[in-house]
Design a protein around this ligand. Structure first.
Ligand SMILES: C[S@@+](CC[C@H](N)C(=O)[O-])C[C@H]1O[C@@H](n2cnc3c(N)ncnc32)[C@H](O)[C@@H]1O
Length: 234
């Protein structure tokens, strides 16, 4: 899949997603974690249109899509590059952000290796992904729905459609991949456990849906559709 081309095409409408109640719920959970753990020199891998850049100092944004980067409004530096070949030297960064499904759409094994390489010892990687529980994604091309296949691949599910495919992770798989690359898990959280996310839908959550979201704190975290994880390099 050519995600550079796909995201170049999606870039014009991408920021509309930030007003969807599903995205707002994710951001609500994500922002305190990012602010708490990211420090020092920071690289935002797959920064998109730069949502996280104004939240932090000393941060550089990087994305494969020039269309997404063109929409970045922050003063922080950005560059076009791919997560699988990060154009920085070993141990240059204290923290990495890789937020909102970047790992679902790139070669995640290569990207994790690269993150390990450019982080200093004890450096932090903050990651958020769509999990295997999120089985009925809308297509990013809003016209056509992505059809979920039941096909299992490398222990994870893959959602396939005419327009894009996303690799979906189980908790154990993603933690295992980071551990194999020399990271340890520092924090795990998730959301959309009881309440399904409504991708591309701008209508607000009803009172009942909001209650379901609130109750999620009492449920086992491994079942959320969205995982938020913080890893520390050994
Ligand atoms: C869902 S967006 C997330 C953007 C941003 N992190 C956010 O939170 O809004 C996924 C981003 O990953 C980027 N991307 C996809 N494959 C990539 C790769 N191999 N290297 C770098 N960025 C990539 C896309 O261009 C897109 O901007």
């Amino acid at each position: 899949m050519n995600f550079r081309r796909i995201y170049n095409r999606l870039s014009r409408t991408y920021d509309m997603r930030h007003t969807s109640p599903t995205t707002l719920e994710i951001r609500k959970k994500e922002i305190p974690i990012v602010k708490r753990f990211a420090s020092g020199r920071i690289l935002d891998v797959g920064c998109g249109t730069g949502f996280h850049l104004p939240l932090l100092k000393n941060i550089t944004g990087m994305d494969i899509s020039e269309g997404m980067l063109r929409l970045v409004k922050s003063e922080n530096p950005v560059l076009q590059a791919s997560a699988e070949r990060i154009p920085f030297k070993d141990r240059e960064f204290d923290s990495i952000l890789c937020m909102f499904s970047v790992l679902n759409v790139c070669n995640h094994k290569e990207a994790i290796k690269e993150m390990q390489r450019i982080l200093k010892p004890r450096g932090i990687a903050i990651v958020s992904v769509a999990s295997i529980w999120d089985r009925d994604y809308d297509s990013l091309d809003d016209k056509k729905k992505v059809r979920q296949t039941k096909e299992m691949k490398n222990k994870g599910f893959q959602i396939s459609g005419e327009d894009m495919e996303m690799y979906l992770f189980s908790k154990d798989e993603l933690v295992g991949l980071f551990e194999d690359s020399g990271f340890s898990l520092e924090l795990f959280d998730s959301l959309f456990i009881l309440q399904k996310p409504r991708w591309g839908d701008l209508t607000r959550f009803s009172f009942r849906e909001k209650m379901r979201l609130r109750l999620e704190r009492f449920y086992p975290k491994g079942y959320g559709c969205i995982y938020l994880m913080v890893f520390r390099k050994s």
